[in-house]
Design a protein around this ligand. Structure first.
Ligand code: GRF
Length: 199
């Protein structure tokens, strides 16, 4: 059983999937703290409904990114967090968080990386005419959606898909993929080779 810290910026549906999986005993983990960089993130309400401690740190209130991230690390350590899950956290992770949590910090992205990193991944897939897209859970490194891949799930892109319909189909798989990846992490099933992911 390990303590997870979840970083969010908004809706928090992946956070909800993680909380639900933990409460159902599907993953050997507990969400110990949820941290948002936005005070109005709906995910904070979700956490509160489950009596999970929440914290809000707004980057603009700190002198620089390192000072901001130092606060995050402090709170994560206070809660004995051993795995940090980024779930719709809309900031690039900097060196302070990486120093303590590289290899213990994972992210979910709505495409089959390395295709379509960054913002609007579903729209990128549609614009490229992709027939298949999906979801990736990966370790976080200093890049944007570039770290070693833990697992992926494919989703078909259908004729007539819009950004909304494709996003919804991918999101359904995200909610399965994230708990699965956490389970693999906790059970020690992930091995990386030459900096790349894989089982
Ligand atoms: C998800 O599509 C996730 O893959 C991406 O941001 C979105 C967050 O959604 N990184 P939610 O806040 O978990 O509902």
């Amino acid at each position: 059983m390990i303590n997870i810290g979840v970083l969010i910026s908004g809706r928090g549906s992946n956070l909800q999937a993680i909380i639900d999986a933990a409460e159902a005993g599907e993953i050997p983990a507990e969400v110990a703290v949820v941290i948002s960089n936005k005070p109005d993130a709906y995910g904070l309400e979700r956490a509160k409904k489950h009596n999970i401690t929440t914290a809000v740190f707004e980057p603009k209130k700190f002198v620089d990114k390192s000072a901001y991230e130092s606060e995050l690390v402090k709170v994560l350590k206070q809660h004995n967090v051993e795995l940090v899950c980024l779930a719709g956290y809309m900031k690039i992770v900097g060196e302070v968080l990486l120093k303590d949590y590289q290899g213990k910090m994972i992210n979910i992205h709505p495409s089959l990386l390395p295709k379509f990193p960054g913002l609007h991944a579903q729209k990128q897939a549609l614009d490229a005419g992709a027939k298949v897209s999906g979801v990736t859970v990966h370790f976080v490194d200093e890049g944007c959606d570039t770290g070693p891949i833990i697992l992926q799930k494919q989703v078909p892109v259908l004729d007539g898909d819009t950004e909304e319909t494709l996003s919804a189909r991918i999101l359904e798989q995200e909610h399965k993929a994230y708990p699965e990846a956490i389970k693999l992490f906790v059970e020690g099933e992930i091995k990386t080779r030459k900096g790349k992911g894989g089982l």
